[in-house]
Design a binder for this molecule. Structure first.
Ligand SMILES: CC(C)(COP(=O)(O)OP(=O)(O)OC[C@H]1O[C@@H](n2cnc3c(N)ncnc32)[C@H](O)[C@@H]1OP(=O)(O)O)[C@@H](O)C(=O)NCCC(=O)NCCS
Length: 107
């Protein structure tokens, strides 16, 4: 991700293959000086690409239980907590957004 005004590289946002068929995993990282400017919220427009162009039936996102900022972001985007799951030896909160409940589905 690049900030339009300064052309500074500020972070990344993208998909990788999820755990179940039809799932994509969405990940965000914004450099700390740029937090709180709604850049992650803006980047979440890529959810539409995941559902409409990549054909995902569900998009999930993982975060650590103590990462309140990321958890609020995901909830604000419409994700629901699926539960705490252990992946690669680490317990993380798994949030999911099924296509049927996504804003891109609502148009
Ligand atoms: C989690 C993370 C991606 C959030 O990025 P961000 O760009 O700061 O997120 P946003 O700005 O879209 O939203 C964050 C908060 O700022 C608030 N905010 C942003 N711009 C605002 C503005 N102009 N006025 C008022 N509030 C604003 C949002 O409402 C939100 O508030 P809340 O956390 O109290 O609900 C970022 O903190 C990060 O990269 N963390 C490290 C990596 C990580 O945890 N990734 C997530 C795991 S996938």
């Amino acid at each position: 991700m690049v900030e339009k005004a300064s052309l500074a590289v500020i972070g990344s946002c993208g998909f990788r293959v999820g755990f179940r068929p039809g799932e994509l995993e969405l990940g965000f990282t914004i450099a700390q000086p740029y937090w709180g400017r709604r850049y992650a919220t803006e980047a979440a427009a890529c959810l539409r690409v995941g559902f409409e162009r990549l054909g995902a039936t569900q998009i999930l996102s993982l975060t650590m239980p103590e990462n309140a900022r990321a958890r609020r972001l995901l909830q604000r985007l419409g994700f629901h907590l699926r539960g705490v799951e252990r992946h690669d030896g680490i317990d993380g909160c798994v949030y999911e957004l099924p296509r049927a409940r996504s804003r891109s589905n609502a148009g």
